[in-house]
Design a protein around this ligand. Structure first.
Ligand code: C2E
Ligand code: CA
Ligand code: CA
Ligand code: CA
Length: 286
């Protein structure tokens, strides 16, 4: 009965107009009020140009040369200041706003890096983006418009983007492959069925999750895992990049294990585009 009366209260208020009924029902629940406010401002963020991309260099672990930049999204909220992606990407996923936001990220990243000869740009795609129907057509259009060579665009996806619809995911990856765009498997090692994916999906690179890199010099198990991932990836013809490299010792260890690329605060934090492009012209001492 309680549920019924709550429902009728909701529908009454809803009929009376507006979306405010959710405020009413959530009552003193601060968390969901916050979420709703955030959602409202997220809807306006794109139109009000509140997004900005930062770029973090990815280096060749042997030569120290910058091969690419990972684009990382930042939201300058008008009153809350800078909001980290971990706080708003899940909300953008849930509401579908990730689709227009993700398109903006791709276009912005490609146009900012397109003229930097040979430099790659890595763009994160969430599960929902990866399954949008016109993804490949949209990417083709953006490459055309910005003059970005397809071989210089890399998409970073996580396992969660693959498990939802395996057949569709394989088909999409094959189309991306045909287009000349490469795909990296992000946060590798944190999911459940990593190994079977490697056989089934046309992936170019594995990105070993920071949680393993954090312990690579201190925990023998993490060290063995990292070493084994690298050997296995190489035998499958995949490149390997380590994320979240913070110390010289980690970098040295990764190089000894034959890891191909590295990214992390040791090399550079995510930077404004101009700064990142300047750093990309330099060689890091490895
Ligand atoms: P991710 O793809 O795993 O990105 C790596 C995160 O680790 C970034 O956080 C980066 O700033 C941070 N990081 C890099 N090196 C280090 C290090 O040495 N130490 C530490 N402590 N952190 C490091 P950020 O920028 O806050 O992004 C968080 C997550 O949000 C990303 O994780 C990614 O999943 C998501 N994200 C960011 N930008 C986008 C985007 O444009 N689209 C989508 N769909 N997701 C995005
Ligand atoms: Ca990433
Ligand atoms: Ca990660
Ligand atoms: Ca490939």
């Amino acid at each position: 009965a309680l549920i019924n009366s709550a429902r009728s209260a909701m529908s009454t208020i809803k009929e009376q107009g507006g979306n405010n009924y959710r405020h009413f029902v959530s009552g003193g629940d601060q968390a969901s009020d916050d979420g709703l406010e955030l959602e409202t401002s997220l809807r306006q963020a794109l139109g009000q140009k509140q997004f900005q991309l930062y770029y973090q260099p990815q280096i060749d672990i042997v030569s120290g040369r910058v091969l690419g930049l990972e684009a990382l999204l930042r939201w300058h909220h008008p009153t809350q200041g800078m909001i980290a992606p971990n706080r708003f990407i899940p909300l953008a996923e849930k509401t579908g706003l990730i689709i227009p936001i993700g398109e903006w990220v791709l276009r912005e990243a490609c146009s900012q890096v397109a003229t930097q000869h040979g430099l790659k740009v890595a763009v994160n795609l969430s599960a929902r983006q990866f399954h949008q129907k016109d993804l490949v057509a949209m990417i083709r259009r953006i490459l055309d418009e910005t003059g970005m060579p397809p071989a210089n665009l890399e998409l970073e996806i996580t396992e969660s983007a693959l498990i939802y619809d395996v057949e569709l995911a394989i088909a999409t990856m094959e189309q991306l492959n045909d287009l000349g765009v490469s795909v990296s498997l992000d946060d590798f090692g944190t999911g459940y069925s990593s190994l079977s994916y490697l056989k089934r999906f046309p992936i170019d690179m594995l990105k070993i999750d920071k949680s393993f890199i954090d312990e690579v010099t201190t925990d023998p198990d993490s060290n063995v895992i990292v070493k084994t991932i690298i050997v296995m990836a190489h035998s499958l013809g995949l490149k390997v990049i380590a994320e979240g490299v913070e110390t010289k010792e980690q970098l040295t260890m990764l190089r000894e294990h034959g890891c191909d690329q590295a990214q992390g605060y040791l090399i550079a934090r995510p930077l404004l585009c101009q700064e990142a492009l300047e750093i990309a012209a330099q060689t890091f001492v490895v």
